[in-house]
Design a protein around this ligand. Structure first.
Ligand SMILES: [Zn+2]
Length: 178
């Protein structure tokens, strides 16, 4: 399977208080993992930096599904120990932060389920994570050729807020499966 390069994706909230830049490289990594998951749900976390004004998050990388994956509600707290160590090291070595969670809805809409929303609110409230505004990214449909994406931010103690794509991936049609 090969995915050729495309444009970086930009998502912004209606009030312009939250913005996510998703480099095509990061998008490609997620699409590849979705395509290789053979119709099963998959996911993990993603990380990167914030701009100095704190408005824009830039996603430089993802964690693969492993001990860090978000699957069952009962695993929710257990995995955070593992996650905390990983992100402590990332901060020390690369000055990068945990930004949020991504997961895949195979052959389905990228819209969040009630459980998705609840888990993200729990994450936003979980102080040990040091992330008061985690972002949720959901990929739907059948990657790598046919996909859609939904992005939400969860400011602690507030309602979730959807981020809308403002720069279309013009070269998405170049995405090919081999
Ligand atoms: Zn979901």
């Amino acid at each position: 399977m090969r995915i050729t390069s495309g444009a970086d994706l930009v998502f912004i909230s209606e009030d312009k208080k939250f913005c996510l830049l998703l480099p095509w490289q990061t998008m490609t990594e997620m699409l590849s993992l979705c395509a290789k998951s053979f119709g099963r749900e998959t996911g993990g976390t993603f990380y990167g930096v914030y701009t100095e004004d704190g408005i824009k998050a830039i996603a430089h990388g993802i964690t693969k599904p492993s001990c860090l994956s978000l699957r069952l509600p009962s695993l929710f707290i257990r995995r955070t120990g593992c996650l905390t160590r990983f992100f402590r090291r990332l901060w020390r070595e690369k000055n990068q932060y945990y930004l949020g969670e991504w997961h895949f809805h195979p052959q389905a809409s990228s819209r969040p389920s009630n459980m998705d929303l609840e888990q993200m609110k729990k994450l936003a409230a979980y102080e040990k994570l040091h992330c008061p505004e985690p972002i949720m990214l959901i990929i739907g449909r059948t990657p790598p050729t046919d996909w859609e994406i939904s992005v939400f931010v969860f400011p602690r103690g507030q309602n979730e807020c959807e981020l809308f794509q403002i720069q279309s991936s013009e070269r998405r049609e170049n995405t090919t499966a081999r």
